[in-house]
Design a protein around this ligand. Structure first.
Ligand code: AMP
Length: 374
């Protein structure tokens, strides 16, 4: 849908034209009306989805119409907060709404000077914001609206105490949250501070882009040792390991657990409940190695993993792409390592020898029964 045709304040429409934003993105379409109306929103979205304007536009409109006075946006990094502030300033090129960013790592005196004037939309990193609140250079009670941007990243970066302290002293009418994941610790935060909200879950708009891919030939009998070496290198980061059979997923989990790796698995023979628990443990990092078969992993939101290891190669290029797209997301570098069969293993697989051979034969039989598309 075109911004031109939407019910948006004319001055913002004019700015959007200058910014060359023509059509609203999915996150914008789905969140702007609720935010404008005064409902809280909790949005699962990736960076790059257009989320800044999704809250920037309606929050500016609320200030223009007098429904809101001061807005506080809290985000994990200086870079993000400066970027958000710049976009909000651009949106408000033809209004007189002021936006400013405060963040650690540079002098606070200059910030204090600016804060003495009127700042209607304040973007802040948690540490520096708390500093200002303690110095009384920011009055937390001024803000009627708070946005928690990239909430999961703030928690990853260890800002939980600051966030709790801040949310303990601001008393806004509305709190909105944007986060790439909405489970585990993020869910706890939501339950505690945002009692009533509209949840918006977007289709994955961006699949992994920052991926370093490596393919290595590994003879079958060395695969396990090779995997262990990579798990050690991953140093506690989340590793998603793809195997081709359910039975081997179980076996690998047991072998790794015996070596004190925090491994879990998902495959089609497990009950829904068990799969959910495995996934939950992986997301909360209670377990950091998840062994999965393709069928079980399909449709599940398992992303933001440090490494994808294709212990067994994918059956086709599309499956391979889906597997490795689970890493290298949200601007983080990801690693995908594929173990290629050695020449001898390929030959024995073709002859139908061993576990993979049997699996290969079974799949070929299955494929040959399927009607071919023309
Ligand atoms: P964000 O997810 O807010 O970081 O936005 C990602 C990028 O998309 C930024 O470079 C924005 O300038 C751009 N963007 C946001 N909304 C739109 C839109 N409706 N049309 C075109 N570009 C957009």
């Amino acid at each position: 849908m075109k911004f031109e045709e939407m019910d948006i304040d004319d001055s913002i429409k004019k700015a959007l034209k200058d910014m060359k934003y023509e059509n609203a993105t999915e996150v914008q379409l789905r969140t702007m009306p609720d935010i404008n109306y005064g409902k809280n929103v909790v949005v699962r979205s990736q960076t790059g989805s257009g989320k800044t304007s999704a809250f920037g536009i309606p929050l500016s409109e609320r200030i223009i119409s007098g429904k809101s006075k001061y807005v506080l946006i809290i985000g994990p990094t200086r870079e993000l907060m400066v970027q958000v502030k710049n976009e909000i300033k651009e949106l408000n090129k033809y209004t007189n709404i002021s936006a400013y960013a405060v963040y650690g790592g540079h002098g606070i005196v200059g910030e204090i000077r600016v804060l003495k004037g009127s700042v209607q939309i304040l973007c802040a990193t948690p540490g520096r914001l708390w500093d200002h609140i303690e110095r009384k250079t920011i009055n937390p009670l001024d803000f009627d609206t708070v946005v928690l941007d990239e909430a999961d990243r703030m928690l990853d970066m260890g800002f939980i105490n600051e966030i709790k302290k801040i949310l303990g002293v601001v008393k806004p009418k509305n709190i909105h949250m944007f986060s790439a994941t909405l489970d585990g610790r993020v869910a706890k935060l939501i339950n505690k501070y945002i009692t009533k909200y509209e949840e918006v879950i977007l289709k994955d708009e961006i699949v992994g882009v920052d991926i370093i891919e490596k393919k290595i030939t590994v003879p079958k009998e060395e695969k396990f040792t090779e995997l262990v070496a990579h798990l050690k290198k991953a140093k506690g980061k989340r590793v998603l390991v793809f195997v081709s059979t359910k039975r081997y997923a179980d076996k690998l989990k047991e072998k790794l657990s015996r070596m004190d790796f925090r491994a879990t698995c998902i495959h089609g023979d497990l009950t829904q409940r068990k799969r959910e628990v495995a996934l939950e443990n992986f997301k909360s990092k209670k377990k950091n190695v998840l062994i999965a078969t393709d069928v079980a992993a399909r449709g599940l939101q398992i992303d933001n993993v440090g490494y994808v290891i294709n212990y067994d190669e994918a059956m086709d290029a599309d499956t391979h792409r889906h597997r490795i797209g689970r890493t290298g997301r949200m601007g983080k570098m990801g690693y995908a390592i594929t173990f290629l069969d050695s020449y001898d293993d390929r030959r024995s697989r073709k002859r139908g020898v061993g576990r993979e051979g049997r699996e290969h034969k079974r799949r070929r039989r299955y494929e040959s029964r399927r009607p071919r598309r023309r």
